[in-house]
Design a protein around this ligand. Structure first.
Ligand SMILES: C[S@@+](CC[C@H](N)C(=O)[O-])C[C@H]1O[C@@H](n2cnc3c(N)ncnc32)[C@H](O)[C@@H]1O
Ligand code: SF4
Length: 406
């Protein structure tokens, strides 16, 4: 039964899920994201919504977090019902989800199964820091229904891990990937960051080699982004560390793509490679297809049928709202058709399959023709009516996306 829970109940605005957003709810792929906002220490480059015990303050604690997240899951099912969408993917991200005991994460997943219809082939990922898992905790996660583990490796070079403030030793991520496979996980990802201050070509080659020597079917490689307000940004602005160099970042990307390709990994999104279609992260594919998802947790964002909303950011405020029976949503916006079309283009262009030229505006189509001439879009795909990035286009993906959507 739909109890018509307000999605948003701020002092100035109350909002239920509009009928327009319900259209297609049961026919559009649906995923759940569960944010776990805790880390043992904060990495200098990271501006995600996550808190160390010192930063957390009173009113929120790790021990009660699974129960609080389950309270939001109950609201989600009541708000979306009575005709609930089938959950095709669950992604537990952070922060460091694996700072919670494996049985807490399994309890959240059990609640998903109690409250929602779940696809037989559901993909259930958890992010994990290499130092925060053990063979026993991985086995418990696998038994609890998790199907995929994404480990934050970042680098195999000790001095790069140090400049990033990572706590694990160089070999630990690969060791954890082996442990995950031994625990029965068929799908394991390693995240890498390139372009950190002090990283050399040889360091990057060694990181890629370490990944290839590990039993993973997925790799994500991200250029280091210097986020405002982070310790890394302060160190760079004081002149203690150099800013990542654009040419170096492009070289590292090319090296990653060449090395991964030779080893049987294909790119399927600009920063993501997999050994097969089954190895792709279906949850991220659901985001990139602009489908529907509900984000559980402080600061989590959701999107259902053109309605986007986001939760209050602090874990204490989030727990308070749910404890008093109120929605944790802080604000919402209804996207126009033009907003949605633009998002579809921005996300779709970064995919290996690209997108139909018909999804672009008239100006976008003219610019696409230009981009073919400049070697940024594939000529054959363009002939066949699609905009697909070339290898060079991938290096300049952000600029191509800006150009085609201006
Ligand atoms: C937010 S973390 C959460 C998972 C886990 N705590 C970890 O660090 O591995 C997910 C991934 O985002 C990437 N990331 C976070 N901040 C970044 C930044 N400023 N630049 C590039 N990549 C970043 C890292 O590769 C990290 O593995
Ligand atoms: S462990 Fe992950 S989420 Fe936590 S601070 Fe580091 S990068 Fe951010």
């Amino acid at each position: 039964m739909n109890t018509v829970l307000p999605l948003l109940e701020s002092p100035t605005r109350s909002l239920e899920l509009p009928e327009s957003a319900r259209d297609g709810l049961t026919t559009t792929p649906f995923g759940l994201y569960v944010h776990v906002p805790f880390c043992a220490t904060r990495c200098g480059y990271c501006d995600f919504n996550t808190y160390t015990s010192d930063e957390l303050g009173p009113g929120a604690n790790r021990a009660e977090y699974a129960g609080t997240a389950i309270a939001e899951l109950r609201r989600a099912a009541a708000t979306l019902g009575p005709d609930l969408p089938t959950v095709s993917t669950v992604f537990v991200g952070g922060g460091t989800p694996t700072l919670l005991p494996a049985y807490d994460l399994a309890a959240v997943l059990a609640a998903v199964r109690d409250l929602f219809p779940v696809a037989d082939d559901v993909e259930v990922t958890t992010e994990a820091n290499p130092e925060s898992v053990t063979p026993a905790s991985l086995a418990r996660l696998r038994e609890g229904g998790f199907t995929r583990v994404s480990l934050g490796m970042q680098s195999a070079a000790e001095h790069v891990l140090a400049v990033l403030d990572r706590r694990h030793t160089p070999g630990r991520a690969v060791e954890a990937a082996h442990e995950a496979r031994a625990a029965g996980f068929e799908h394991v990802n390693l995240d890498l960051i390139y372009g950190a201050p002090g990283e050399t070509d040889a360091d990057w080659a060694a990181s890629l080699d370490a990944v290839l020597a590990s039993p993973v079917d997925h790799v994500s490689a991200y250029a280091l982004i210097v986020e405002d307000g982070t310790r890394l940004a302060r160190r760079i602005s004081r002149g203690e560390l150099p800013m990542p160099d654009d040419d170096v970042l492009a070289d590292r990307y090319e090296a990653a793509d060449a090395t991964l390709r030779t080893a049987g990994f294909d790119w399927y999104e600009v920063s993501n490679w997999a050994t097969s279609e089954a190895g792709r992260c279906r949850h991220n594919e659901l985001y990139w297809a602009n489908a529907n998802w509900w984000g559980i947790g402080p600061g989590a964002h959701s999107h259902v049928g053109g309605l986007r909303w986001w939760n209050v950011k602090h874990p204490a405020a989030y727990a308070d709202r749910l404890a008093s029976g109120a929605s944790p949503a802080q604000d919402a916006e209804l996207l126009t058709d033009a907003d949605r079309a633009l998002e579809t283009v921005m996300l779709g262009l970064r995919l290996r399959d690209g997108l139909p030229l018909g999804a672009l505006t008239d100006v976008g189509r003219v610019r696409a023709r230009d981009a073919v001439v400049r070697g940024l879009l594939e000529p054959a795909a363009h002939e066949a009516g699609r905009a697909v990035l070339t290898d060079r286009g991938r290096l300049l993906a952000d600029a191509v996306v800006r150009d085609l959507t201006d």
